[in-house]
Design a protein around this ligand. Structure first.
Ligand code: UDP
Length: 364
C-alpha cells in the first residue's frame, strides 16, 4: 500500500454528468472509488461533465456536448468527437492539472484518453469499463498496453478475456460503500428484481419470460434508455407482470430491492462487472445470473445465488424454485469481504502505487 498521500485525479465518463444515470455503472464505480481512496487518506479530485454531483475534494465541472455512448455503435465504427464535445475539453482540463497530481485514473471508455496517454507528462492509468466492443478502442487499448505495461486494469477475468491479450490487464474487481446498503434478512415477498439500463444487451426479455413461467411479479429499476425495446419486451411476454419502478438514486434503490427474493441478471453481452450484483447481495438479495461475464465471478453458485447456462430459461426457473436455500447473510458477507469500497480502494492503490513508483524512477 502507498506509504504517502497520493494526489489522484479521476477522469469520469463524458457520456453524462455524475448522478444522471447515463454513465451506467461507471458513475457508482467512480463515486465509491473516490470515497474509498479518500478513506485511505489520499487527495482525490475529479474531472466530469458539468452538472455532476459533488464527490471527493473537488469536481472540475466541464461544459460541452455530451459524448454518445459507444455501447450501441457497430464494432467497425470510428471514434467520433464533435467540435463542441465535452471529451476533449475534459482532457484539456486534465492537461492543465497534470503537474499538480501524481497520477490520473481514467474511467472513460473512450479513444481520446488512451491516445493522449503518451503525450501527457503525468502517468495515466485506465480502468476499462467494458469488454471488447469496438475495433478502434481495441487498438488504442492495445497500444497503451504495449507502450506502458501495467497501466491497464479490468474489473473481471471474463471482461479481460474479451480482448486479444487478457494478460495486459490487472484485475481489480469493483466495490461499493456497503454501509449505505441496509441488510434485509428475509425476503419481503416473492417478487423478482431486474436492475439495469433498459437496453437490449441487458436481456430483460428473459427475465420477463421467467416471470411469466413462475407467476412471480418482476420489479424493474433502471434508466429507460430504449423505450421501443421496453415495449417489445412487454409485447413478447403478455403474461408477465412487469412493474417498472423508474430510475432511483442509490439510497432509494437499495431500500427498494432489499425485500426482493432474488435479482436476476440475464445479459446478452459479456457484462464487464455488473454493479447491480454486488448492490443486491449487499442488501442480502441472492442473484441468479447467466454464466456470461462479471456476475458469474461475483456470485458463488449455490451460496450467494445461482449461476446458470446462458439463455437457458428452464435453468432460471429451476434456480427460482431453489432460491430459499440461499442464506442471505452469506450474500452480504461476500460483498463486505471482497467488494467493499475499502477492498476496491486497496486493490486500486496497490496498482497505481506501482505505476507512480515506476514513473518516478524513470523520470528521476
Ligand atoms: N442504477 C441506479 N438506479 C436504478 C437502477 C440502476 O442508480 O434505478 C445504477 C446501479 O446502481 C448501477 C448502474 O445503474 O451502478 C448499472 O451498472 P451496471 O454495472 O450493473 O451496468 P452498466 O449500466 O454499467 O452496463
Amino acid at each position: 500500500m502507498a506509504a504517502t498521500r497520493m494526489r489522484i485525479l479521476l477522469a469520469s465518463t463524458p457520456v453524462g454528468p455524475l448522478g444522471s444515470g447515463i454513465g451506467g455503472g461507471v458513475e457508482l464505480t467512480l463515486h465509491d472509488l473516490v470515497y474509498g481512496l479518500g478513506e485511505r487518506g489520499h487527495h482525490v479530485e475529479v474531472v466530469a461533465p458539468a452538472g455532476s454531483l459533488h464527490v471527493g475534494e473537488r469536481v472540475h465541472q466541464v461544459d460541452g456536448r455530451l459524448q454518445a455512448s459507444s455501447q450501441h455503435a457497430p464494432r467497425h465504427a470510428p471514434a467520433e468527437t464533435h467540435g463542441d464535445s465535452v471529451l476533449p475539453r475534459m482532457w484539456n482540463r486534465v492537461a492543465e492539472l497534470q503537474d499538480d497530481v501524481d497520477i490520473v485514473v481514467n474511467l472513460a471508455y473512450d479513444w481520446l484518453p488512451l491516445y493522449l496517454t503518451r503525450y501527457l507528462r503525468v502517468p495515466v492509468v485506465h480502468l476499462i469499463s467494458m469488454g471488447s466492443v469496438s475495433d478502434s478502442m481495441d487498438r488504442a487499448i492495445t497500444d497503451v498496453g504495449e507502450r506502458f505495461p501495467g497501466r491497464l486494469a479490468a474489473h473481471t477475468h471474463a471482461q479481460a478475456a474479451t480482448y486479444a491479450a487478457p494478460e495486459m490487464f490487472r484485475i481489480v474487481g469493483n466495490g461499493i460503500v456497503v454501509e449505505r446498503y441496509d441488510f434485509v434478512p428475509t425476503a419481503g415477498d416473492d417478487a423478482l428484481g431486474f436492475v439495469g439500463r433498459i437496453s437490449p444487451e441487458k436481456g430483460l426479455e428473459d427475465v420477463a419470460a421467467l416471470g411469466a413461467r413462475t407467476g412471480r411479479v418482476v420489479k424493474v429499476w433502471g434508466m429507460m434508455q430504449d423505450e421501443a425495446y421496453w415495449h417489445s419486451v412487454r409485447r413478447g411476454a403478455p403474461d408477465a407482470q412487469l412493474e417498472y419502478q423508474g430510475f432511483l438514486p442509490t439510497d432509494d434503490l437499495q431500500a427498494a430491492i432489499g425485500p426482493c427474493s432474488a435479482v436476476v441478471m440475464t445479459p446478452k453481452w459479456v457484462e464487464a462487472f455488473g454493479n447491480v450484483a454486488i448492490e443486491a447481495m449487499a442488501t442480502g438479495v441472492p442473484v441468479i445470473t447467466y454464466d456470461r461475464g462479471g456476475p458469474a465471478e461475483i456470485v458463488v453458485d449455490g451460496v450467494t445465488g445461482f449461476v446458470v447456462a446462458p439463455d437457458d430459461i428452464d435453468a432460471l426457473v429451476d434456480a427460482v424454485r431453489r432460491i430459499d436455500t440461499i442464506d442471505r447473510r452469506r450474500c452480504r458477507e461476500r460483498v463486505e469481504r471482497e467488494f467493499s469500497s475499502a477492498a476496491m480502494a486497496d486493490r486500486v492503490i496497490a496498482w497505481i502505487d506501482e505505476v507512480v513508483g515506476a514513473h518516478t524512477g524513470a523520470t528521476r
